[in-house]
Design a protein around this ligand. Sequence first.
Ligand code: SF4
Length: 319
Amino acid sequence: MDARERLRAYLEQRREMGESEFVLDALSVDDVLRVLGDKHPAPSARAGSDARPTPSVRDTAPPTSGNWREALSSIGAEAPAPKGTPRPSAPAVKTAPDDAPGVASTDASAPLPGTGLIVGSAMGDLPPGPLAHLATLDDVAAHIASCHGCTLYQTAKNHVPGEGNPTAGFVCVGEAPGQTEDELGRPFVGRAGELLTKILEAIAFKREDVFICNVLKHRPPGNRNPAPDEIKACSPYLMRQLELLRPRVILALGTFAAQTLLQTTTPIGKLRGQVHRFHGIPLIVTYHPAALLRNPAWKRPTWEDVQLARRIFDSAAQS
Ligand code: SF4
């Protein structure tokens, strides 16, 4: 696969994840794909999305060079600096610890980003939901074990309610159990889980220090995306878990966790880098570890996100 093919595959993957902006310059994903010769054009419905038209780029013929940096330069776009070259507009960085996921960290003294979306009262507690009678996390888990709220229990081997330190104050919320999680009844124990453990260790958390759970408590067959009715049926469990945990910080891993908690359809790329509020609880959005395994280029932004989450956690502990 030559450089243009790799870039095309990367951009198509980003678009599948719901992103429309090419963060390395001012072009949208669709614009760059069009220049490169899009093999799988986006449906016309996407024309109504938030992709920004760039007529001069749309009209440009695909460059013949096999070098994607040259391809971008030929259409007047800034290609990203070669690996290891500091970007002039980037915040000051320091070298990441050896066990970090191969990226550099943000400057701890940098100002915190502004407030993003607010769900519920910015100050308030979580309102009592339909499962308020479940007094403990174990009660919630027991309820999940016998739940028939959607059809997923029929195909799953085990329920996966979540696990970790109930007084940790730091909660990671993912999408749904995968195959290994389904077999073991534990969240994030496959390859993505191993990466999450490394990410947590890189911000000085042991896995058992935090609480880890998913939006869905049973595995969708074949790891397909959660359906809206499944998310709706299962969300009360997550809400009750968050009520009982009352964390200082929520780290939403991936599109479905972020969009479910923040009640939005905004792509994950636009939700990152802000401190959202979920019923008063700071909520940071980052990529799902499984997405990082497919796309190592997201390790750096993920590292920046989890560093931010750790800073918020630390500052909340001092206040
Ligand atoms: S996924 Fe959630 S709503 Fe569906 S059966 Fe399992 S616990 Fe119940």
